[in-house]
Design a protein around this ligand. Structure first.
Ligand SMILES: [Zn+2]
Length: 324
């Protein structure tokens, strides 16, 4: 590919620098084509061109918290709920009550609901207007802002913990968001960020077909080292990191392997979410076999995740940063 064409007026979503290089192409669920590029200045990997408002609207409304009341069928929803309660316990270990916790991109608010159950926590959530936010608004004691985090939403040094569970990569102004977080977290408080690991083996192997690339919803990726560096600039120190994650990583491997062989991406994932309109061109037998592959090889991929994680190459990463 020509490098001059690669450098057409596109700038990094994180630092705004104009120099970047093409990594690989990718295609979203609806057949829209994008490229994945890396900033030469700050090493952020980003989707280009940026998805249009219509593309984002379609991607969020149909397959996230969309038409259905729940994102998944009830069994999967129960498993997801288990992981939400586990996340609350993890935050509870870092911040003992009483404390103030803000969850950015709080979805239906279930994590904050579990937080309340652990003790005297004041819970705050931010979520874009929609079905998920409507559900969060019904949780007693949860203070919800429908919209985006903005300067002046909260006083300085206000929170003991600010959490972003697989939300950071969705933000359209990531640098500004980290700067606001830096203001509103107390000295000694924590910022907890989990995100896909762009430096993972899965990312390198599957490139544009990697499940956790998730175009067009994931707009950019900071590698773990890069995020540490950015947080350090703001005055946060890394307190813990974890790469092993049975909730996200084994399935990432399984779905990405299937993506190599199928025309459409993420068919099994959409099938499990009950998105029948998306999977209707696949026969019941085909979907059954994909499901069988998922169930029968899951333990194998938990094991491979454990190995990858030893080298910090797991498909997702959770990082806890402490403000000095
Ligand atoms: Zn950059």
């Amino acid at each position: 590919m020509s490098t001059t064409a690669d450098n057409l007026a596109c700038s990094c979503i994180y630092c705004n620098a104009p120099q970047n290089r093409l990594l690989y192409p990718t295609r979203d669920m609806y057949g829209n084509n994008f490229t994945v590029r890396q900033c030469r200045q700050c090493e952020t990997v980003f989707l280009w061109p940026p998805p249009t408002p219509q593309q984002l609207e379609q991607a969020y409304s149909e397959t996230y918290y969309g038409q259905q009341e729940h994102k998944f069928n009830s069994l999967v929803e129960r498993v997801v709920d288990y992981f939400r309660s586990r996340r609350a316990k993890i935050i509870g270990r870092w911040v003992s009550p009483p404390g103030r916790v803000l969850d950015i991109g709080c979805g239906n608010g279930r994590f904050l609901h579990y937080m309340q159950g652990l003790g005297n926590y004041e819970t705050y959530g931010i979520e874009l207007p929609g079905k998920a936010a409507e559900r969060a608004a019904q949780i007693k004691g949860l203070i919800l802002k429908q919209g985006k985090l903005e300067n002046g939403d909260f006083p300085e040094n206000f929170f003991d913990a600010v959490t972003l569970f697989h939300v950071f990569e969705h933000l359209d102004q990531p640098r500004q968001t980290l700067q606001i977080i830096n203001k509103i977290v107390k000295p000694g408080g924590i910022a907890y960020i989990s995100l896909p690991n762009i430096d993972s083996l899965q990312s390198r192997w599957f490139k544009g077909k990697w499940l956790h690339l998730d175009p067009p919803r994931h707009l950019f990726f900071l590698g773990p080292k890069n995020l540490q560096h950015q947080m350090k600039q703001l005055g946060f120190e890394l307190a813990a990191e974890r790469y092993f994650n049975p909730e996200y990583n084994p399935f990432g491997m399984q779905q990405s392997l299937l993506n190599l062989f199928l025309n459409k991406r993420d068919v099994l994932f959409e099938h499990l979410k009950g998105h029948h309109n998306y999977t209707k061109e696949y026969s019941p037998l085909n979907l059954f076999l994909q499901n069988l592959f998922f169930k029968s090889t899951f333990p194998l991929f938990v094991l491979s995740d454990a190995l990858e994680s030893l080298f910090k190459k797991g498909a997702t990463v959770e990082m806890v940063f402490r403000k000095k």
